[in-house]
Each structure stands twice: as structure tokens, then as C-alpha cells.
Ligand binder design. Structure first.
Ligand SMILES: [Zn+2]
Length: 132
């Protein structure tokens, strides 16, 4: 009997935790994230549609600390340094900001950079056509 009561209490506690978690995960839908309906889950982003602009703002070329822009060429995604032209691969939506993994291509043109900085209404960075 005692064990049964404890089990019930544990069950209720678990239910409470689930409810609390749902409140947390649902919260962004009613607030800041309201302008981006169903495009991504709480706290996440959809790599295949580009990278989170906030992520792009804090990323920099590890070699010269200059801004990088997001580019896509077919299925290949990369972040290209606007200063030295190093291209960092994006694998499964994860930018690999390692100099050893970078390839060097032509510097992005002004048009490439401008296009990359254009933010679509849903808050995603524009996908830039590769000029390689
Ligand atoms: Zn660089």
C-alpha cells in the first residue's frame, strides 16, 4: 500500500514535469516567435533553409575574425569569409569553423554579400547563389 502511494505520487510529479515542459516549449509561440509559425521548433532552426541569423552574427572567420556569409551551392552549404575567401563547410546544419577544414575560393562579391545580408520576412538569411 505504501509503495502504491509513492508510485502514484511519483506519477503525479512526472505529469507535473511534463506540463511544465509544455508550458516552456509553448511559450515562444505566443511571443517573440509568433512571426515564424511552424517553421521551426522551440529554440531550434531549420538548417536546410539556412542558418539562424543570430548564429551568423556571432560567427566569424577563425583566421582573421572577419564576418562570414552563408552560401549554398546545390546541396552544399558553406560559410564564406568576406575578407579572405575561406569557405567553411556546413554539415547537417552545423558550421565547421576550422581553418583545417576550410577551402579557399574567390572572395565574395559585393552582390554576394548584399544578398547574404538580405533577410527574408521569416527571419532567415537569404540563400546566396554560388559564384564559383
Ligand atoms: Zn577569413
Amino acid at each position: 500500500m505504501r509503495m502504491g502511494w509513492l508510485g502514484a505520487a511519483a506519477g503525479l510529479a512526472a505529469v507535473g514535469a511534463v506540463v511544465a515542459a509544455r508550458r516552456i516549449f509553448n511559450a515562444p509561440d505566443d511571443g517573440a516567435d509568433g512571426a515564424v509559425p511552424n517553421s521551426h521548433g522551440a529554440g531550434g532552426f531549420t538548417p536546410r533553409e539556412g542558418l539562424d541569423p543570430t548564429l551568423l552574427e556571432i560567427l566569424a572567420c577563425p583566421d582573421d575574425k572577419q564576418p562570414v556569409i552563408y552560401q549554398r551551392e546545390g546541396d552544399a552549404e558553406r560559410l564564406t569569409c568576406t575578407s579572405c575567401g575561406k569557405r567553411y563547410p556546413v554539415r547537417d546544419g552545423i558550421p565547421v569553423m576550422l581553418i583545417d577544414e576550410a577551402t579557399v575560393g574567390p572572395l565574395p562579391t559585393e552582390a554576394d554579400i548584399a544578398a547574404a545580408h538580405a533577410v527574408r520576412p521569416e527571419g532567415k538569411p537569404a540563400v546566396v547563389g554560388a559564384s564559383a
